[in-house]
Design a protein around this ligand. Structure first.
Ligand code: PHE
Ligand code: FE
Length: 282
């Protein structure tokens, strides 16, 4: 694919999607929707409802942007797939969320290595309708640009992973999912909340910045926030001294517990002890 612009933005070319691709989208939406009640965070579900046009087929990005722009000033832009870190951060810092144009094939319903239009839109856009979360994402883009200059990308990426992609939130009704990588995954929606295997640990910034993650399997630990304000507040902190303090600490393997961890649920570790598969499920 030709990259015409240095921001990697391409035309969505909505007319070019084939009926089979819209069909795949509708199957994915119906499957996830059936699993989300009682599991997805209320804010995620509210965002999803407000984006009513998601049910018809792969949405026209311009129409989605009318709704999203009015809600939080964010918009989505089409890209061919994953973009370089600096490009990604520049988009976020300007309240643009890059979305892959392509959709997975029917054979990839459960297994996909690279985010597609379904993960990017269904997973991420509902939370971008939430004002606190929307501001957090913009700040993350700015923080990413700064982290690149400080050589701290590895640490900051873990924050994105354990919040934006795999975050859980505690509500009065129990734990709920807000992370895009979970809500767009058929298997992980259940695993993240119902499995006895993973640890569910109270979110702690420094702890998360030290914790490695699995990109090819369900997570061995999830971090739980109390509300989105917590994310917004941590974004206001200057991370430079935090990165510096972390230079003298070791990385933490996924699934390992520390004495200082505040555990909501201690996991059995069973899944990762027996799982010989490695697959990324978005
Ligand atoms: N404020 C952080 C810094 O100074 C950046 C950041 C923003 C990190 C939002 C995470 C989320 O580097
Ligand atoms: Fe994602």
């Amino acid at each position: 694919m030709l990259i015409a612009r240095d921001d990697y933005v391409i035309a969505q070319d909505w007319q070019a999607y084939r009926p089979a691709e819209h069909h795949t989208w509708r199957r994915l939406v119906a499957r996830q929707r059936s699993r989300l009640p009682g599991r997805a965070a209320p804010d995620f579900l509210a965002g999803l409802d407000a984006l009513a046009i998601l049910d018809g087929g792969i949405p026209d990005f311009d129409r989605l942007n009318d709704i999203l722009g009015k809600a939080t000033g964010w918009r989505i832009v089409a890209v061919p797939g994953l973009v370089p870190d600096d490009v990604f951060f520049a988009h976020l810092a300007n309240r643009r969320f890059p979305v892959a144009r392509f959709i997975r094939t029917p054979e990839q319903m459960d297994y996909l290595e690279e985010p597609d239009v379904f993960h990017d839109i269904f997973g991420h856009v509902p939370m971008l309708m939430n004002p606190n979360f929307a501001d957090y994402m913009q700040a993350y883009g700015e923080g990413g640009q700064k982290a690149l200059g400080l050589g701290a990308l590895k640490q900051l990426s873990r924050l994105y992973w354990y919040t934006v992609e795999f975050g859980l939130i505690e509500t009065a009704a129990g734990l709920r999912i807000y992370g895009a990588g979970i809500v767009s995954s058929a298997g992980e929606v259940e695993f993240a909340l119902d499995s006895a295997s993973p640890h569910r640990i109270r979110f702690d910034l420094k702890r998360v910045l030290r914790t490695e993650y699995k990109i090819d399997d369900f997570q061995a630990n999830y971090f739980v926030i109390g509300d989105y304000r917590e994310l917004f507040d941590l974004a206001q902190q200057d991370f430079t001294p935090i990165y510096r303090a972390l230079e003298n600490t070791s990385d933490i393997n996924p699934g390992r517990l520390l004495p200082a961890d505040e555990l909501l649920q201690r996991g059995s570790g069973k899944h990762h002890a027996s799982s010989r598969f490695t697959k990324r499920i978005l």
